[in-house]
Design a protein around this ligand. Structure first.
Ligand SMILES: Nc1nc2c(c(=O)[nH]1)N[C@H]1C(S)=C(S)[C@@H](COP(=O)(O)OP(=O)(O)OC[C@H]3O[C@@H](n4cnc5c(=O)[nH]c(N)nc54)[C@H](O)[C@@H]3O)O[C@H]1N2
Ligand SMILES: Nc1nc2c(c(=O)[nH]1)N[C@H]1C(S)=C(S)[C@@H](COP(=O)(O)OP(=O)(O)OC[C@H]3O[C@@H](n4cnc5c(=O)[nH]c(N)nc54)[C@H](O)[C@@H]3O)O[C@H]1N2
Ligand SMILES: [Mo]
Length: 773
């Protein structure tokens, strides 16, 4: 029964363990799953396939979190999607089922080919599958007519082989999940400090005096991050949150492995300050902090008091200070206040905490990166850090907290539609073929190309492209336009059902499973958000004898398409050390790769900016002087004179992993048994003449005249700033216009969608009685 009841327990305490236990008990393999979990993070253990947060360094400690346990358990389900399953259900029938139902059917056991005549998936041999892909690829007029998507769970070894194959085939069309995720962090930081990755390591969190957590919900998405946050507060450091929602994990915290805390059922407040900005208002808030610091510094100078800014650092290491200070001076306080959604008193308080702290770490995630002006916002965070030299010192730095467990590693391996020249040169030199130099497609550009019929083959290394991407109706049609769609996957999802004229499902081993190749048991490597690379060994028996590893599937396709060029693909896959030896030759930082990963805990890739080596155009760390956006609403909305009712952000519930829904509950937000809900402020609900509990439709305000609408969502009165709404992804992806993306990033603006909210026409009366407390 669906209901809504605010959650009062602490985050990650008893509630977490109860939920995990229930999850395990619901799985036939509960015992072996637990055993697999217990080996997590030990030598030759498994890298958690959940998020990209770093593994805790202490050796021998068993560290896991509720949502990591869910991720393992989800993969290690007892349920199977067999050829008999596909014989039973036609594709049309399967399309009627929910995403939740589809993934709950279990792991796919056989390679399958879609037969349009019967509307069923049918078995196919691996070789037939490889030959089908090769036939389609080789008959294209240009290699740029194929799109090669990657989701961030792929291992380094698989990703490296994949990019080598695709480049040897002739294109840089590498749309990936990163395009929808931390793209702005990479672009913004690269221009400013010369590296696109976080500059801190796990150890830095123990030394910080203040940790800012901006636009991130770690209690759900990076639960192990709550531990260093809580420890920081315990030793007197500040944790400062910027989030319009009062996320439970950030309010209070109890660690499941600290029995004492659980016995007393008390939880420590992790946040010393919690600010609730407007959606997209963070750049203004941080500009305001910088403006205060600059003002205080000038006052201090006049009075002969100690400086507030780190002038020595600025002189020695940065470029562009004058322009940036001028930009600060030109930014009026009124704009800062109105755009940030915060009072100047709040911003001043944030600035005081910041200015008093000797060492500051700034963390952020999707609340920052999924806006139009995400690159300038990331750069404003960098600017602030440069003002006080908070980069490249112990306990200080930048921490864009990555999403998928190996999304960062995939980029390092060259999954990049805009590859740097040095990488292409290195590949060309090592493998002796002419690499494609033209930039390829991002995710949004790939959809556009498929929509227009310019791209004809879609290939997915993991992920659930049609549900993760914006403008659902159009992205589905784009997929249907293709001649061939191919998905390398573990579980059934909608991307298998929204097919091109031909379609293949290629089932692969998950990270929890043992991967045997000719030379024996293989491990794969991943890179976490702190640039630590380590090896992971599957622990469980492969789910079906027919499953192949991602690397071996890619090798099979590459061989069928290109023959033994530029490498002997199958020989490489016999022993992953051979792939790692190639990586060692091509990718900087991986010299001696196979030996280095023998070291328990793996090895640190290093970070030039953290060493104060600035690989930028100026050879210094750049202050980038971006003006605040004139208005947060895009022209497509304002120029038409349209007024949206609310601005919607789309986010994750506690029981989902991106498009994978574990259950219909969102415990920390008090929602049970339903996901088609929209949170809004009581005052807005009144203003719009609506009622708590009522069914509503949401309609996007955008200029192109296309109707973008989702219907029959339950409207919930929630503690959310006025003018804002929040709802779950992927259900609300139909509302995100394909053309609404970030400047320079092409990242869909999933955290800023202008909408109208109206009462649903159908069953309106019945809806009012929806079960809400
Ligand atoms: N269990 C679990 N773990 C995951 C995932 C998962 O789905 N489930 N997904 C993984 C992936 S791929 C990623 S990228 C990460 C995502 O991790 P998060 O970025 O934490 O994910 P979201 O749910 O999108 O949450 C965004 C947060 O930002 C806030 N927010 C939204 N807009 C704004 C804004 O304009 N300003 C500010 N200051 N805050 C804002 C929201 O209220 C919310 O708390 O998690 C990874 N880990
Ligand atoms: N509206 C809105 N849209 C968003 C976001 C948002 O916040 N709001 N977030 C964006 C973000 S941050 C991201 S990262 C993307 C995520 O986009 P994706 O990475 O494409 O989506 P996932 O849901 O993580 O993919 C799940 C599927 O991956 C497959 N899979 C799982 N494990 C493995 C494995 O080990 N190997 C292989 N080959 N396949 C596997 C399973 O079949 C599963 O169904 O979505 C983006 N879309
Ligand atoms: Mo992500």
């Amino acid at each position: 029964m669906s209901h809504y009841k605010p959650y009062n327990g602490p985050a990650a305490g008893w509630g977490a363990l109860i939920s995990v236990t229930r999850n395990w008990l619901g799985s036939k393999n509960a015992i072996s799953n637990i055993r697999a979990m217990l080996k997590t993070n030990q030598d030759h253990g498994l890298d958690c396939p959940g998020c990209a947060w770093g593994e805790t360094p202490e050796k021998g400690m068993i560290k896991f979190c509720e949502n990591g346990a869910k991720a393992v358990n989800w993969e290690a389900t007892g349920r199977k999607v067999t050829p008999a399953f596909f014989a039973k259900y036609s594709n049309t029938e399967l399309l009627k089922e929910s995403d939740f139902w589809l993934e709950s059917q279990g792991r796919i056991t056989h390679p399958m080919r879609y037969n349009a005549d019967t509307d069923h998936y049918e078995t196919i041999t691996w070789q037939e599958a490889f030959d089908t892909v090769a036939k389609h690829l080789n008959q294209l007029d240009s290699p740029h007519q194929a799109e090669f998507y990657t989701s961030g769970r792929a291992s380094n070894e698989a990703a490296f082989l994949y990019q080598l194959f695709v480049r040897a085939f002739g294109t840089n069309n590498f749309p990936d999940c990163s395009n929808m995720c931390h793209e702005a962090s990479g672009i913004g930081m690269s221009e400013a400090i010369g590296v696109g990755k976080g500059t801190v390591t796990f150890e830095d969190f123990a030394e910080a005096d203040a940790i800012f957590v901006i636009g991130q919900n770690p209690g759900t998405n990076h639960p192990r991050m709550l531990e260093p946050l809580s420890e920081a507060v315990k030793r007197g450091a500040h944790v400062v949150c910027f989030n319009p929602l009062k996320e439970r994990g950030l309010e209070r915290f109890q660690h499941p492995q600290s029995p004492l805390e659980m016995l007393t059922n008390e939880s420590e407040p992790t946040n010393s300050a919690y600010f609730r900005p407007a959606l997209g208002g963070d750049m203004a808030a941080i500009r305001g902090m910088a403006k205060f610091l600059l003002q205080w510094d000038r006052e201090a100078q006049q009075k002969g008091k100690p400086a507030v800014l780190d002038h020595e650092f600025i002189q020695q290491h940065t470029h562009g200070m004058d322009d940036y200070f001028a930009e600060i001076d030109n930014t009026p306080w009124e704009l800062i206040e109105s755009q940030s959604g915060l009072s100047l008193a709040e911003i001043e308080m944030a600035a005081r905490i910041y200015g008093k702290a000797e060492r500051v770490i700034m963390c952020w995630a999707m609340g920052i990166t999924q806006h139009v002006h995400s690159v300038p916002t990331v750069q404003e965070i960098v600017n602030l850090q440069l003002l006080r030299g908070n980069i490249g010192r112990p306990g200080a730095g930048l921490s864009p907290v990555r999403g998928h467990s190996n999304v960062q590693g995939d980029r390092t391996m060259g999954i990049d539609e805009q590859p740097p020249e040095w990488l292409l040169d290195a590949i060309e030199k090592r493998f002796d073929f002419k690499v494609p130099r033209d930039h390829g497609h991002t995710t949004v550009q790939a959809i556009d190309a498929m929509e227009k019929g310019q791209a004809k083959v879609f290939f997915g290394l993991g992920g659930n492209f049609v549900q993760a991407t914006p403008d659902t109706e159009r992205s589905h049609q784009a997929m249907r336009n293709c001649d061939l769609t191919v998905q390398i996957s573990t579980k059934l999802n909608r991307s298998h059902l929204v097919t091109g004229k031909e379609a293949l499902i290629l089932p692969c081993l998950g990270r929890t499973e043992k991967d045997f190749q000719k030379s024996g048991l293989q491990g794969v490597t991943v890179e976490d958000t702190f640039s630590m690379v380590h090896i992971s060994y599957g622990q469980l028996k492969p789910f079906s004898p027919l499953l192949r590893s991602e690397a071996s599937i890619i090798a099979g396709i590459a061989k069928a398409t290109l023959g033994n060029k530029p490498v002997d693909w199958e020989w490489l896959v016999e022993d992953y050390d051979r792939i790692r030896d190639l990586i060692a030759e091509v990718i900087p930082g991986f010299e001696g790769f196979s030996e280095k990963i023998q070291h328990p805990g793996g090895f640190y890739l290093g970070n030039a900016a953290a060493e104060h080596q600035w690989n930028t155009s100026t050879g210094k760390a750049n202050f980038v002087a971006n003006p605040l956006p004139k208005t947060l609403l895009q022209d497509q909305v304002t120029m038409k004179g349209q007024t949206p009712d609310l601005i919607l952000q789309t986010m994750r519930s506690h029981d989902q992993y991106n498009t994978t829904v574990y259950s219909m509950n969102d415990r920390y937000r008090g929602v049970y048994g339903m996901r088609d809900v929209v949170f809004a402020n009581e005052a807005d609900i009144k203003r719009l003449g609506l009622e708590h509990g009522q069914k509503v439709d949401m309609i996007t305000v955008w200029e192109d005249g296309k109707e973008r609408k989702v219907s029959n969502f339950t409207l919930l009165s929630y503690d959310i700033p006025q003018g804002q709404a929040a709802a779950y992804y992927p259900e609300t992806n139909p509302l995100v216009p394909l053309e609404s993306y970030g400047d320079k990033t092409f990242t869909p603006t999933s955290k800023f969608i202008a909408i109208k909210v109206v009462a649903s026409a159908a069953n309106a009366n019945e809806a009012v009685t929806a079960s809400v407390a």
